[in-house]
Design a protein around this ligand. Sequence first.
Ligand code: ADP
Length: 257
Amino acid sequence: MNAPYDIELHNVSFQYDQNIVLKNISLQVKQGDFLAVLGPNGSGKSTLLKIILGLLKPTSGTVDLFGEKSRDFKKREWLGYVSQKSNAFNTGFPATVYEVVQSGLVKKTGLFKNFPKDSFQRVEKALNSVGMIDFMNQSIGELSGGQQQRVFIARALVAEPKCLILDEPTVGIDHQHVQSFYNMLAELNREQNLTLILVTHDVDTVSSKISHVACLNQTIHFHGFKNEFNQLSDEDRQAWYGHSVRKIHHAKSGGTQ
Ligand code: ADP
């Protein structure tokens, strides 16, 4: 039997009061996919991520996580999440990089329980994966936006997720560091077979790293391999985005199957 999808949405709709935000979303993400979710502001991208994470309940439709109904799914640590505004600590914030990353183990151990014996090794491994091991004892507030974002990814990785969900992670990162940030994500995807779901506006910068694209504007207008996305006509793009969206420039042919 084939392994189940990491994430499978079937006919998911969602509304805040009378405001319909998502309509009949069906989407599958399998292990090792690197999916970029594109869409204009207010198109429901963050809401979609929150539904996947179980932070919001669909008004109708179903969400399956790793082959189980979302409501029955217990292994929440399999889904890591880095929200849009996580990298905003001020200089004086009283926590070290180590403490911030270690707090990611709370999910695994439960609040107020002791951290596991091997937490130091886990934090070390997570910081190594994001190239931040040398900053372990530094205060989080002293780091740049990009460095803080890497630490927050380490915080998500320390719980050993199978899938990492990132909501516009490069907001607040200096332009010249965005490419190396995506290189780091691509390495996690390739070397640890980590499934990645990324909401982004940096389509060109990330294009050589991703395998799939989903175009969202209330509903999914396209979901497929990145090269299929490139074959959409200008009219198709206009239909979901509201104005013309360029093809991905640096796209390599194909994607991971
Ligand atoms: P995106 O991430 O694509 O910018 P969002 O998912 O944040 O879009 O928002 C989609 C729509 O839902 C917008 O119209 C937004 O105003 C509305 N919305 C988002 N969060 C809330 C909320 N907590 N309460 C009511 N409406 C919300």
